[in-house]
Design a binder for this molecule. Structure first.
Ligand code: FES
Length: 155
């Protein structure tokens, strides 16, 4: 969504959903789907166009974990916290990522390159513990593999 088209793009999403139930959530979903997060300027524009207080929009954005308020990192690293992966060592793997990146789970590095998150079982329990990097599954990961995985995230 280019900045100059912001108002028109928001208007389009609003028009598409305004007569439906839960219109605000649907519009926010659409914006997040397109940008990967909901920028503040969009929230402000939505507030004007839908005639909803900005505070209400932020209530929705912060209530649902799904919504992101910051742009996504270039590399999103997710440790699987499903039972099989958890028991086979995801906490230690996350700790190593955390140590090397200098961030906690749920945070993004200041340069915006890496964020560290967790996911529930991704259906590869036989390969536990698994780590996803931008959705790509890495199997049977150990803390010793972490520097190598980070080195693969070039540029
Ligand atoms: S528990 Fe991690 S893939 Fe199933």
């Amino acid at each position: 969504m280019a900045e100059k088209d912001l108002s028109a793009d928001v208007a389009l999403a609003v028009r598409k959903w305004q007569k439906k139930r839960g219109a605000l959530i649907m519009v926010l979903h659409e914006i997040q789907g397109r940008l990967g997060y909901v920028p503040r300027e969009i929230a402000l524009e939505l507030s004007k166009q839908m005639n909803v207080p900005l505070a209400r929009i932020y209530e929705v954005l912060t209530f649902y974990n799904f919504f992101e308020l910051e742009p996504p990192a270039k590399y999103v690293i997710s440790g699987c916290m499903g039972t099989a992966c958890y028991l086979k060592g995801t906490p230690g793997i996350l700790q190593e990522f955390s140590r090397l990146l200098g961030i906690e789970v749920g945070q993004t590095t200041p340069d915006g390159r890496f964020s560290l998150t967790t996911v529930r079982c991704v259906g590869c329990c036989g390969q536990a513990p698994v780590v996803l990097i931008n959705g790509e599954v890495h199997s049977k990961v150990s803390p010793q593999d972490v520097p190598h995985l980070l080195a693969q995230c070039k540029d």
